[in-house]
Design a protein around this ligand. Structure first.
Ligand code: SAM
Length: 277
């Protein structure tokens, strides 16, 4: 059933059949059809009325429908040419609200597509999603995006939001959280997808925060790569490879016998600040 006032759209399963969109494993295609679940995902970024949204990987358009129903102006980048006619039909049902771009999101200069900061929403294969996430988190700050709402394998989602001391805490958690707030907005059961993947998923929501003073992002990245590269070793051993790092620990008063997963993000920032100066 379509929401009141929404255009009358055929069921997604009919669209898949009519356009012969059998899911392709090579493109990481696991589609979502449950309109209530899709509406809940589209609600994660907040009120989308007349806001720009960049959707990566719309596929047959389930999440796109939910974003359009929420009032967003959607720009959607899809790599699978088979999906484009089905998405054009959706674009015709929402005149002026859905811009389609055919291509690989890893190659497209997305910031140049927008005059106001878009919310980014995506349900992607995890390798593409992680590569895009790392790029978005490493962009100039204030970033060009307003928020990120991204589906990941549950295990990757836990690595993104992990807190110090947990098994999942590592480079990705520090990269994701040192200038953002990151949380798991909702778990998603594998049975919600067609075909169902082997593992559970979760939607992660990330909003940008203030850039801490005096940090060279490349130095922070080098520091976390060096420290977590030898995760089981004490800092006094692993950080030998980074010139000045042991002196920085001493200057800040961090015990060099600690292991990297016990360091808070602000402790990593203090070390990086010493090394960036
Ligand atoms: N959004 C739809 C949904 O939730 O049902 C489809 C999700 S499916 C997991 C991932 C989609 O991303 C597929 O349509 C696939 O073709 C597309 N895709 C995969 N890699 C891509 C890339 N590099 N650039 C753009 N789209 C990509």
């Amino acid at each position: 059933m379509n929401a009141p006032g929404a255009p009358d759209l055929p069921p997604l399963r009919d669209v898949i059949r009519r356009y012969d969109l059998a899911a392709k494993k090579s493109l990481g295609q696991n589609f979502l059809f449950d309109s209530q679940l899709l509406a809940r995902i589209a609600a994660v970024p907040g009120d989308l009325r007349d806001r720009d949204v960049l959707e990566i990987g719309p596929g047959p358009g389930g999440l796109t429908r939910a974003l359009l129903a929420a009032g967003a102006n959607v720009t959607a980048i899809e790599r699978d040419t088979r999906c484009i006619p089905a998405l054009q039909e959706l674009s015709a049902a929402y005149p002026g609200k859905l811009r389609l771009i055919e291509g690989d999101a890893l190659d497209i200069d997305a910031p140049s597509l927008f005059s106001q900061r878009p919310h980014i929403v995506a349900n992607l294969p995890y390798n593409v999603g992680t590569a895009l996430l790392v790029g978005w988190l490493s962009s100039a700050w204030e970033p060009w995006w307003e928020s990120l709402t991204l589906m990941f394998q549950r295990e990757v989602a836990e690595r993104i939001v992990a807190r110090p001391g947990s098994d999942h805490y590592g480079r990705l958690a520090v990269l994701a959280q040192w200038r953002t707030s990151a949380r798991i907005a909702m778990p998603v059961h594998r049975s919600a997808f067609t075909p169902p993947p082997k593992v559970m998923s979760a939607v992660v929501h990330i909003t940008p925060g203030v850039m801490p003073d005096g940090i060279d992002p490349a130095m922070l990245e080098r520091l976390t790569a060096t420290a977590f590269g030898q995760r089981r070793k004490m800092l006094r051993q692993s950080l030998k490879a980074l010139p000045g790092a042991l002196d920085a620990l001493a200057a800040i008063g961090i015990d060099p016998t600690r292991r990297p997963e016990t360091l808070s993000i602000s402790e990593f920032l203090s070390i990086a600040r010493c090394l960036s100066g």
